[in-house]
Design a protein around this ligand. Structure first.
Ligand code: PLP
Length: 430
């Protein structure tokens, strides 16, 4: 059956691969190879000239990673995927694919700290300016745009505030200005499909829910195939002007026989080639294992998180619970508009007794792991004021939404009664 008529749950198991043509193996084999034998010189020349798509060298593509790319792209409703070494490299390649020195892009301020650093420091030092805007008002994206703006960037469900991003509103503003919206959907796979809401590119840290078991670092870019880079040519010289690094190829022209995948192809054959942030085939195999149960796990994550949020909201030592399912007003409207099947599994809560209570709570946990990660099958907790956000000044930290007693939870798929019991005894000790 064609991939485009199957549901994400089915695609997670069948997308992009039926069996290995050489051996009949049903599980996707790990092609742990650097290079590939060319049939003859014409074959080799065709591959290098992109007249034929095929394996040359694993830094650029690999058959195991290829199945993961096809599978995730199909699940998102996109045109092509590109595996990367990490979520950080996926974000880096997304921006470098459109921006050159002197250009700028507009990003939501609500970002994972690593991405914020990449945008505020590393890319800035390369001459690419990130204009941070508050996503509470989507019009802020328009206000920050000028002739050198190349894209908008945001996360679907950014912690610690967990305000769902107004994807459709900002994507529409972008499309009116000939600009694509790139969405980091790491915290909301399956429950949010950003391409359906107008995003042009989706990216993931596959390290989190997609891998799901806390074993491997990786990233993925999905080219939605729904943005006309050629019609908006004035915005995108990297895709519409001859590329000196590839015999003067014009990417929007060169990919025409292959489909609407100019963004993914350029990122692969120039940026992965040059930067080298490729996913390892072994990690691609691990992510394929994770992907098979991702829809099931997301349902369990979301159900457990809803139970934990309700428990915390009624606890006398808890001042406030930060969870999309407990919000009201515009933020709740956004959560209901963009999340389907649950409100995710990240949450925060504030202990009334502040910093010391936060430390005591974390030290008393028996089941929850105390780690700087999210999206594991196991439940995880961290006290940001003494860890991830401890380098910020008190005012900066509070502006990000991290108060002294703030605790972040990433709810796993254990039995909910066991999670509530662990939280109850840790709250007693807090
Ligand atoms: N995006 C989000 C939302 C994240 O939470 C993270 C990591 O925590 C990243 C990107 C970076 O991913 P990685 O750690 O795989 O580089």
């Amino acid at each position: 059956m064609a991939d485009d008529i199957l549901h994400p749950e089915t695609l997670a198991l069948h997308g992009g691969h039926r069996f290995d043509p050489q051996t009949g193996a049903v599980a996707v084999p790990i092609y742990q190879t650097t290079s590939y034998q060319f049939r003859d010189t014409e074959h080799a020349a065709n591959l290098f000239a992109l007249k034929e798509l095929g394996n040359i060298y694993t830094r650029i593509m690999n058959p195991t990673t290829d199945v993961l790319e096809k599978r995730l792209a199909a699940m998102e409703g996109g045109a092509a995927g590109l595996g990367t070494a990490s979520g950080q490299s996926a974000a880096t390649l997304c921006i470098l694919n459109l921006c050159q020195a002197g250009d700028n892009f507009v990003s939501s301020t609500d970002l994972y700290g690593g991405t914020w650093n990449l945008f505020a420091n590393t890319l800035t030092a390369m001459g690419i300016e990130c204009r941070f805007v508050d996503p509470t008002d989507p019009e802020n994206f328009r206000r920050a745009t000028d002739a050198r703006t190349r894209c908008f960037f945001a996360e679907t469900l950014p912690n610690p505030k967990l305000n769902v991003f107004p994807i459709r509103e900002v994507a529409d503003i972008g499309r009116g200005l000939d600009l694509p919206l790139i969405v980091d959907n790491t915290a909301a796979p399956v429950i949010c499909r950003p391409l359906e809401h107008g995003a042009a590119v989706v990216m993931y840290s596959t390290t989190k829910y997609i891998g799901g078991h806390g074993t491997s670092i990786g990233g993925m870019i999905v080219d939605g195939g729904n943005f006309d880079w050629e019609a908006c040519g004035h915005r995108f010289p990297t895709l519409n002007q001859p590329d000196p690094s590839y015999h003067g190829a014009v990417w929007t022209e060169a990919v025409k026989p292959l489909g609407p995948i100019a963004f993914a192809i350029r990122a692969r054959v120039t940026l992965l080639r040059d930067v080298g942030a490729a996913m390892s085939p072994f990690n691609a195999f691990m992510f394929l294992q994770g992907l098979e149960t991702l829809p099931l796990r997301m349902r369990a994550h979301c159900a457990n998180a809803a139970a934990v949020a309700a428990f915390l909201a009624g606890h006398p030592k808890v001042g406030r619970v930060i969870f999309p399912g407990l919000q009201g007003g515009e933020m709740r409207r956004r959560a209901d508009a963009y999340l389907d099947g649950g409100y995710g599994a990240l949450m925060g809560f504030e202990l009334k007794d502040g910093m010391e209570a936060g430390k005591r709570f974390i030290d008393a946990l028996k089941l929850f792991y105390h780690v700087a990660n999210i999206g594991d099958a196991r439940s995880l907790a961290i006290h940001p004021a003494t860890t991830t956000h401890s380098q910020l000044s008190e005012n900066e930290r509070k502006a990000t939404g991290v108060s002294d007693g703030y605790v972040r939870l990433s709810i796993g798929i254990e039995h909910p009664d066991d999670l509530l019991a662990d939280l109850a005894q840790a709250l007693d000790a807090a």
